[in-house]
Design a protein around this ligand. Structure first.
Ligand SMILES: [Ca+2]
Ligand SMILES: [Ca+2]
Ligand SMILES: [Ca+2]
Length: 242
């Protein structure tokens, strides 16, 4: 026989046990809720992280483009002409007397920069052929300087628009470099397609990930007046510099 106190003790013990058991059940439920909340938080945190990574990649590619443009001008200062594109993927420009093609990859071996962008893709490079051939001048002056592929009067043939069929951003450009961005070349976007159709009209505009208006390309070009100004400063004498 148990005393009343002993019975109370047992009952109290059972009650504690039940409470503990019930508490364990709540803990599992709580854990499930916590896991769901953590999942939601991680899901929310991962999106900005991917955005941050793309921003980092775009910043580094933008810096590469600035270096590559500088290298193009440096090449012209040394050689009296712009480099031709690489058309067979070895990083070496392809030229006989004239460029094998006006458009190809940036000749990263010859220029020592620009093998690929932050997404591991080659840069597209387009040049006005008469600025890169080994023929003196471009026909706009009767007295081109020996060893200079272009003259002060030479005009580039590349046009940059702010959208496909849009307004002019720059005209008479001798050379341009394009990174096609994280998505490479999205054929459903007319503005992106304009930068891969191998003609002399390209697009440079603000970033957008919005459906058919998607545009993530990064573009840099050699401004003709800066190129000629730097060559004049370096002591080059153009045949039409009278
Ligand atoms: Ca080549
Ligand atoms: Ca020329
Ligand atoms: Ca693109």
């Amino acid at each position: 026989m148990y005393t009343d106190n002993q019975m109370e003790s047992f009952q109290g013990g059972n009650t504690d046990y039940k409470i503990k058991k019930r508490h364990c059940g709540f803990s599992l439920l709580e854990m499930a809720i916590v896991l769901v909340v953590i999942g939601l938080l991680l899901g929310g945190a991962l999106t900005p992280l991917s955005v941050q990574m793309e921003k980092r990649d775009r910043d580094s590619t933008r810096q590469q483009l600035l270096d590559m443009r500088e290298a193009l001008i440096g090449y012209a200062l040394v050689n009296g002409r712009l480099p031709c594109p690489d058309t067979d993927g070895d990083g070496v420009m392809d030229i006989a007397t004239t460029c094998a093609s006006s458009e190809g990859d940036y000749p990263w071996v010859d220029l020592g920069v620009g093998k690929h962008d932050a997404w591991g893709q080659p840069f597209t490079y387009r040049v006005t052929a008469s600025f890169a051939d080994t023929n003196d001048g471009t026909g706009c002056t009767a007295s081109p300087s020996a060893g200079l592929s272009f003259s002060l009067c030479s005009q580039g043939d590349i046009t940059v628009l702010d959208a496909d069929g849009g307004s002019f951003v720059a005209t008479s450009i001798p050379a341009i470099v394009v990174s096609h961005g994280k998505n490479w070349a999205l054929s459903s976007s007319a503005d992106e397609a304009a930068n891969t159709d191998a003609d002399a009209t390209l697009v440079d505009r603000v970033y957008s990930s919005n459906d058919t208006a998607t545009f993530d390309d990064l573009v840099a070009w050699v401004a003709p007046n800066i190129l000629k100004s730097k060559m004049l400063s370096a002591g080059f004498v153009f045949g039409d510099n009278n």
